[in-house]
Design a protein. Structure first.
Length: 260
């Protein structure tokens, strides 16, 4: 039995198997529609990620990761990782709200913030189990690790939109990918190339701004803005890929019954 999803997938993609072009178009559309609602949380995620580096610079310590770090740095690393993940969960919920045309509701924003906090333990568990499984697969035979790395891509969407626990989310992600792994891998590759290309263009424009501003704060501003702009884009593509996999799975029973 298919677990219901709280994401209105039919508002994102047609209820059939979508092409790569349709997935990209829908992802860009979701990104444009939700950017205003997502940008403050995305910027917060970027700032949280900069906390460990800012601490090292303020205390005169080396930024090299192979150097020993004090306990305060490790605590900031944990805070940054957990805080960034919480921001990602909120971004996913904000993009769902934009599909429902409810992103401007302050009450719903508060609800999304609280829901992301409740989902955080399951999201942490899902990522931890996924990393261990992928690492083990890469160490043993490499290919299983690559298969799991691609197959686990929709796992966080199951946590957010289906209230799945860690094990259920990972199992559900692999079930979604079953029979569609190559399509999912191709989608991930195209998304990665698209985002990388846009990031390179943004970086070049940022270098021009840095050259004109001629100062370190300009570089920090450009880095923060690029990070804040591209996180919602990646999440939008991930949500769109999840919606496509849901539609592909929902087609299986009807296809089987029609053939019978």
């Amino acid at each position: 039995m298919t677990t219901p999803t709280t994401l209105p997938t039919s508002m994102l993609l047609p209820q059939r198997a979508a092409s790569l072009g349709e997935i990209l178009d829908a992802g860009f559309g979701l990104y444009r529609r939700s950017l205003a609602a997502c940008l403050p949380l995305s910027l917060l995620a970027v700032l949280l990620g900069q906390l460990p580096s800012a601490y090292l610079q303020s205390t005169g310590q080396s930024l090299a990761l192979d150097r020993a770090k004090d306990m305060s740095w490790w605590l900031l690393m944990i805070l940054a990782a957990v805080g960034t993940l919480w921001c990602w969960l909120v971004l996913m919920l904000r993009q769902r709200a934009s599909l429902r045309r409810e992103a401007k509701s302050l009450q719903l924003l508060v609800t999304d913030l609280r829901q992301a906090w409740r989902l955080l333990p399951h999201a942490l568990g899902t990522l931890a189990l996924a990393l261990m499984a992928v690492a083990l697969g890469l160490l043993l035979l490499v290919i299983p690790g690559i298969y799991l790395l691609i197959g686990f891509w929709p796992a966080l969407a199951l946590v957010v939109f289906e209230s799945a626990g860690p094990r259920t989310a990972l199992d559900g992600a692999l079930q979604l990918a079953r029979g569609h792994w190559r399509h999912l891998a191709a989608t991930l590759v195209v998304v990665a190339m698209t985002v990388f290309g846009l990031f390179v263009i943004g970086s070049l424009l940022g270098l021009v701004f840095i050259k004109l501003a001629d100062g370190w704060p300009a570089a920090a501003i450009v880095t923060a803005v690029l990070g804040a702009l591209f996180q919602p884009l990646l999440i939008a593509f991930g949500i769109t890929a999840y919606a496509d996999l849901r539609h592909r799975r929902d087609q299986i029973p009807s296809s089987a019954s029609s053939s019978a």
